[in-house]
Design a protein around this ligand. Structure first.
Ligand SMILES: [Zn+2]
Length: 319
């Protein structure tokens, strides 16, 4: 079995949404078996917030934090919270699932900035500055490129670095990307995106961004979400086209997975269109391995892409 590191999972948004009373069954009964079946060893599980107001996002962030903390505390026999390099070394010797807790979209810090430190204390080690929107810190992928990182955003990046929280630019616009590249003193990641040159989508990285990411020692997690990969009839072959392109550009050392599986939110169809063929759910992750072999990647290279690149990165950055 080839272990998988998935750098982007929205699982707990689902857990908090369908399980507001805390019936304690959703994660272990619906999600955990899929993760296990797909050989997921470590995942970055994010606090994803949506809502019409920033206060609604703040309240959702707290609800998801509670759901995460509950599952981690109640299932220590099967789940391991990862906050240090040592935690990552430890779970490689057992059969637990490793959870790195992260944040997708930090706009809710506008309500209460210091909750950042509370979250760091509960074990959060990752954060994306924006989810496509303009906020007090940064401009997202949905915003024109004349805006980027703000002064408050520079402070946020500095605070995250001091807290060993990995900065994620998956949802940043280009200017924010370049501003963070200029500002950051530590490597950053793009956890769930693909290649602009293969398919033009504002969430995908241009060649220059890929080059800068690699130069900074960062990693891109390849996204399996259909609308990032191709126009129509998206399949695992489209996912592979992005992967092979990026490997040729910047080398296998800078590639991992951030599948962004959302089958549990939508079922098999989104807006009348099927999810990416053969890559819809955590249990499909091993489907990439024979394709990587067919493309001529060596066993060592496949191990790096599937797990080791992100594992080594987090070991180095978590301290
Ligand atoms: Zn996302």
């Amino acid at each position: 079995m080839m272990k998988i590191f998935d750098a982007h999972l929205d699982t707990f948004a689902h857990v908090a949404e369908v399980d507001p009373e805390g019936s304690r069954s959703v994660f272990m009964q619906q999600h955990y078996p899929n993760l296990l079946a797909g050989d997921t060893k470590v995942g970055v599980f994010v606090i994803y917030t949506e809502g019409d107001t920033v206060m609604a996002k703040y309240e959702q962030a707290i609800a998801i934090m509670e759901a995460m903390s509950r599952e981690v505390q109640l299932h220590k026999d099967k789940l391991q919270l990862i906050t240090t390099a040592q935690d990552l070394h430890d779970i490689e010797k057992n059969d637990k699932l490793g959870l790195i807790l992260g944040i997708e979209g930090m706009q809710f810090l506008e309500i209460n900035y210091d909750i950042l430190f509370l979250m760091a204390q509960m074990g959060v080690r990752h954060g994306g500055l924006t989810w496509n929107e303009q906020n007090a810190f940064a401009a997202g992928a949905g915003i024109e490129n004349d805006r980027g990182l703000t002064a408050a955003g520079k402070q946020l990046v500095a605070d995250m670095e001091s807290l060993h929280m990995i900065v994620d630019l998956a949802h940043a616009n280009e200017q924010t990307f370049y501003d963070v590249a200029d500002t950051a003193t530590k490597p950053f990641i793009v956890s769930h995106s693909a290649a602009w040159s293969v398919y033009n989508h504002p969430r995908n990285l241009k060649d220059e961004q890929l080059r800068i990411l690699a130069e900074a020692g960062g990693i891109i997690g390849l996204n399996a979400w259909r609308t990032f990969l191709a126009d129509t009839n998206q399949s695992i072959d489209d996912f592979m086209r992005h992967l092979v392109y990026i490997a040729d550009k910047i080398g296998v050392e800078h590639i991992g997975f951030g599948f962004d599986f959302c089958d549990y939110l939508y079922g098999d169809m989104v807006n009348g269109k099927p999810l990416t063929k053969d890559l819809k759910s955590s249990k499909d992750a091993p489907n990439v391995i024979p394709l990587l072999e067919a493309h001529g990647f060596s066993k060592t290279e496949i191990e790096k892409i599937c797990y080791q690149n992100f594992a080594d990165f987090f070991k180095a950055q978590l301290g």
